[in-house]
Design a protein around this ligand. Structure first.
Ligand SMILES: Nc1ncnc2c1ncn2[C@@H]1O[C@H](COP(=O)(O)OP(=O)(O)O)[C@@H](O)[C@H]1O
Ligand SMILES: [Mg+2]
Length: 237
């Protein structure tokens, strides 16, 4: 990272850290100073904010550690055969608890072969994309994960309805700390690091990621190589 980028990075990170910290401090100070005067409901509301802001900080720190690790040569991936379906099912079972009003649907071709991937990292990719699809859509919107085998790769699409992403933002959302300026994004919290991390991981696993958004539908597509491609090609000949 050159000096200018480094300065930008530090200033963005400091700002991202300061906002939740200021709010945690403010609400705890208010509670301590006015404990007797506050009714139970207000106390609960303030504690809820403190909890949310602490979660936001933990998320941010975890994401930043992830970015640092991605940039270091020591972050070795362990590429093995990974089946997409069980990973997506695990991710959905976790997210269902957090996004109770959304519905999640897997549409998978049962003949889909294993991909060559790092299982934990692939799970992180799916978590980021499926969580985004739930987060940036209407509260009761459906999120569909469509998995199809192609010649030498598997295509995984995460589809949701909601606000469209403008074509001029397609590249921007994959860069560090970028969040779009729209109501669904303002309503939620996030560091803007998720898609940057996701793209990095996908490319390290020799895959590709892209986005397309039209008719109020947004599709993120990840393509990852099928495992044992050489063997498979030889078998088919
Ligand atoms: N499925 C989606 N539909 C609409 N907008 C999205 C979607 N996924 C991501 N975005 C936009 O891209 C931005 C960057 O996403 P991401 O890197 O995951 O960061 P974060 O979720 O922390 O904001 C989001 O803030 C949001 O504005
Ligand atoms: Mg995200």
């Amino acid at each position: 990272m050159d000096e200018k980028n480094y300065e930008d990075f530090i200033s963005t990170v400091s700002h991202e850290l300061r906002t939740p910290l200021t709010s945690i401090r403010g609400f705890s100070q208010t509670m301590l100073a006015s404990w007797e005067k506050l009714d139970d409901e207000s106390k609960k509301k303030f504690l809820k904010i403190i909890e949310e802001q602490s979660n936001r900080l933990i998320n941010l720190v975890e994401n930043m550690l992830c970015v640092t690790k991605l940039q270091s040569a020591r972050d070795n991936l362990i590429l093995k055969d990974v089946y997409v379906k069980p990973v997506v099912e695990t991710v959905i079972s976790v997210l269902k608890n957090q996004y109770r009003t959304n519905s999640f649907e897997i549409d998978i071709n049962e003949k889909t072969p294993a991909i060559l991937a790092d299982k934990d990292k692939f799970q992180q990719v799916m978590t980021n994309l499926i969580e985004n699809a739930a987060k940036y859509s209407a509260e009761d919107a459906a999120v569909t994960i469509k998995v199809r085998p192609e010649s030498d790769f598997v295509s995984i699409k995460v589809i949701n309805t909601g606000l469209e992403i403008e074509p001029e933002d397609y590249e921007k959302i994959f860069t560090k700390f970028s969040r779009l300026d729209n109501p669904l994004t303002r309503r939620t919290q996030g560091s803007g690091l998720g898609l940057y991390i996701t793209k990095n991981i996908v490319e390290k696993m020799n895959g590709e990621i892209s986005v397309a958004s039209c008719d109020n539908t947004t599709t993120f597509e990840v393509c990852l190589p099928v495992s044992n491609i050489e063997t498979r090609m030889q078998c088919n000949q």
